[in-house]
Unconditional design. Structure first.
Lengths: 167, 610
């Protein structure tokens, strides 16, 4: 039996921002991480409840290429929304995230997104400060702090994205 | 409207009208015609305004075209519309070929396929024929397997090439990579359809991106060990079948048909797909039809029972026939061995030709008759042809037969030939034996004659007669040399025997003499006994001579009582000593006797020189 409601979502972000770690403990997967280095994407699944409705999120975890030319943008097509991930300890990953959003909008239009700043367990090492995040929020985006290590904010990120998509 | 009186009245030029009348008339006309004039103005406006006119035509155009078709004006309408439609299509293709291609997808597929199918079918027909007559190693192996297992050749080909099972079928939304429908064969370990669909889409994208293939070109087949994934592409969705084994090529046609069917029924839903799978429940049936399979152990493929029975009967018949043939071959082989063992028969060839046996060779006329040997075996003589040429055999057995036939072997003689030596055994006249030695050596195959075991019958007869004569005693009364009647008869028998003895001696080239010795008992005077004994000898010689025995071969002599036959202990013994006895002497003994007689002083018999 197929799930009644399925949504394709993407995880976008620079190399080593912790996208894969972010989802590893919260998802169902049948594929190993080697797919990242070969096919440059790994497809996983997460079931999220929204009220009485059960939504199956099919997560396309894209390999964080730093070279735009090497990105497989066709993987993004058809997404109902995405998590845009940055690494709090690396300022460059924020700029990179903004560039990725620009390009994603061209590919799939204005779909819902959640901006996730990962590694909040290493808050003292952060290069991204509050002001920068306010700047991001000013774009109308939901900004969430997460920690793949502690699990903080992870479920919330998926939950909020689901709500946005269903809205 | 020429007949309308309202329009005619003011247009009559011959009518004279006053000004007051004109006003009244204008008023009247206004009253009467104002509504119509307004309608007229509106109609004129609608006719002259293209926008309004288009609206009017658009309202009736479908009905008008429909009406036109019903009235049979279709050709004219088609011709009128043709240039427009053609240019519209051209424009559409120029702008975006995809739109028209997507619209035509459900109808183009079947048409193209039908044409290709026709071509392929004729190709496969010839291919099958080639397979039927193929002499490739695999073809031969399959044929042998077909013969061995009793299955048809085509079935074996099928077993080896067309065994497969479609385990899962995915209908995947192209844009999102999400599964729209999923069918699974019974007892198949099922993967998460969402994940598999996503990854399959990702791989498709990956290949397309990596090799920059044109839009619409997809990875049609993925080989994974004994599994294959076949993918069929449509405008909105792809159909992916996970197959174990190798499916027949026409399975792809089934996939294409299913995908077209889905597109016909769900195109709109797929275009508007937002992740809800509910609307595609109806597609599951179509997908299930794609779960085709062909098992190796298909019971129905087994030969029908009567075919099996027929096959068994045929096998038994063949086995029976070959056993019978084998048995016949064996029996004829045995017969040929029997022939080979016969002396005087040489078998040079034995074969079965056109259902009967041919035996070739050579045969000595004195050897065993093949036809009578054949009769003894109980074999059907008509089954064979025995071609034996004549020859002269040197086998001992044949040489022996030939010798027996040519040498007139007398009864009592047995002749054997061994290693070229003729052995004669038994009794035969010396004359025959002498002739045998010379004649036997003329026969081919005899190099030596051995007569050591052959006894001379002439000599034996001579010796028998000699013994008979020497054992005879002719008795006389006391003091007399007169023969009794009884003794005369005995003497006659004896003389016959002596004649036979002499004849036998002649045969043996011997010259014999018969000594006739007269005896007396010791009673009386010696002076009378000597003459008495001589008289008695002379008496017997006379009788013999009278019976035809040559006188020259008889030597009479008297020995009185000097050589008594018995010791005279009684009258009976004395009677024996009043007698005549005989001694047969051959030349040598006769000569010796003559010499001894001359030297002794004993009285000389009436010997007569020959």
């Amino acid at each position: 039996m197929l799930p009644e409601t399925q949504k394709k979502i993407c995880l976008l972000g620079s190399f080593a921002v912790g996208k894969t770690s972010l989802v590893r403990r919260y998802i169902e997967s049948i594929y190993n991480d080697q797919y990242h280095t070969t096919v440059k994407v790994k497809v996983d699944k997460k079931v999220v409840k929204s009220g009485a409705k059960e939504v199956t999120l099919v997560l396309w975890d894209l390999y964080g290429e730093d070279d735009f030319q090497k990105m497989h943008w066709s993987y993004v097509r058809g997404s109902f929304g995405y998590l845009l991930v940055a690494d709090g300890t690396r300022r460059a990953t924020l700029d990179r995230a903004l560039e990725l959003e620009d390009r994603a909008r061209v590919e799939i239009g204005p779909v819902p997104l959640i901006f996730v700043v990962n590694k909040c367990d290493l808050q003292q090492e952060w290069e991204i400060d509050e002001a920068m995040l306010e700047g991001v929020a000013a774009r109308g985006w939901t900004v969430l702090r997460t920690s793949a290590k502690t699990g903080e904010g992870v479920n919330e990120a998926f939950q909020q994205l689901t709500e946005k998509i269903l809205r | 409207m020429p007949d309308d009186p309202i329009y005619r009245l003011p247009l009559d030029p011959d009518e004279e009208i006053s000004s007051g009348d004109i006003n009244s008339f204008e008023q009247l006309r206004h009253l009467i015609l104002a509504p119509e004039q307004q309608d007229l103005a509106r109609l004129r406006e609608r006719l002259e305004d293209p926008g309004l006119r288009t609206g009017d035509i658009s309202a009736v155009l479908p009905e008008a075209i429909h009406l036109r078709r019903q009235e049979g004006g279709e050709d004219a309408l088609g011709q009128a519309l043709l240039p427009t439609v053609e240019s519209a299509l051209r424009e559409s293709v120029r702008k975006d070929p995809g739109t028209l291609a997507d619209a035509l997808f459900p109808v183009m597929g079947p048409a193209i396929r039908r044409s290709i199918l026709q071509t392929l079918r004729s190709f496969f027909d010839s291919f099958n024929e080639a397979m039927e007559h193929s002499l490739s190693l695999r073809g031969l192996q399959w044929r042998i397997e077909a013969l061995r297992t009793g299955r048809s050749f085509s079935e074996i080909v099928l077993l080896h090439s067309l065994v497969f099972r479609v385990e899962q079928v995915f209908l995947i939304h192209k844009k999102t990579g999400l599964p729209l429908a999923h069918a699974v064969a019974p007892a198949v370990a099922m993967q998460d359809a969402s994940l598999v669909s996503g990854m399959l889409s990702a791989i498709q994208d990956f290949v397309r991106d990596s090799f920059q293939s044109a839009r619409g070109q997809i990875l049609e087949k993925i080989d994974v060990g004994e599994m294959e994934v076949w993918v069929e592409d449509g405008p909105y969705a792809i159909l992916a079948s996970v197959i174990r084994g190798i499916p027949p090529p026409d399975y792809r046609l089934h996939m294409a048909e299913a995908l077209e069917h889905v597109h016909r029924n769900f195109a709109e839903q797929m275009e508007r797909f937002q992740g809800e799978t509910g609307p595609f429940a109806g597609a599951n049936e179509e997908l299930s039809r794609c779960l085709e399979f062909q098992y190796k152990e298909q019971q129905s493929r087994r030969p029908k029972s009567y075919v099996l029975a027929l096959a068994i009967v045929l096998v038994l018949l063949v086995a029976g026939w070959s056993s019978y043939r084998g048995w016949q071959d064996h029996r004829w082989g045995q017969f040929v061995e029997t022939l080979r063992a016969q002396p005087g028969i040489v078998v040079t060839g034995f074969a079965r030709q056109h259902g009967h046996y041919v035996i070739r060779g050579l045969r000595d006329p004195l050897s065993a008759d093949p036809q009578s040997l054949l009769k003894q075996t109980g074999l059907d003589a008509s089954q064979a042809e025995v071609r034996l040429g004549g020859y002269y055999a040197l086998d001992d057995a044949i040489v022996q037969k030939r010798a027996a036939a040519l040498l007139q072997t007398p009864p009592g003689v047995e002749m054997t030939v061994s290693d070229g030596v003729l052995h004669a055994e038994g009794q035969a006249p010396a004359s025959w034996a002498g002739a045998l030695r010379n004649r036997a050596l003329l026969l081919p195959g005899i190099r030596e004659v051995d007569l050591s075991q052959l006894t001379d019958t002439d000599q034996a007869e001579f010796e028998r007669l000699q013994r008979l004569v020497q054992a005879a005693i002719i008795r006389f009364p006391l003091g007399s040399s007169v023969l009794t009647t009884e003794e005369t008869a005995a003497l006659q028998r004896l003389s016959t025997e002596i004649r036979s003895l002499l004849a036998q001696a002649e045969l043996l080239h011997k010259t014999v003499t018969v000594e006739v010795v007269g005896h007396s008992d010791s009673t009386g005077y010696e002076a009378t006994n000597w003459p008495l004994s001589e008289d008695r000898a002379e008496r017997v010689v006379l009788e013999f001579t009278r019976d035809g025995v040559p006188r020259s071969l008889l030597r009479g002599q008297g020995v009185a009582a000097s050589q008594p036959l018995r010791q005279e202990e009684n009258e009976g013994a004395r009677q024996y000593n009043r007698s005549v006895t005989f001694r047969v002497k051959d030349d040598a003994t006769a000569g010796a006797r003559a010499a001894s007689r001359v030297s002794s002083n004993a009285p000389v018999s009436h010997a007569v020189a020959p």
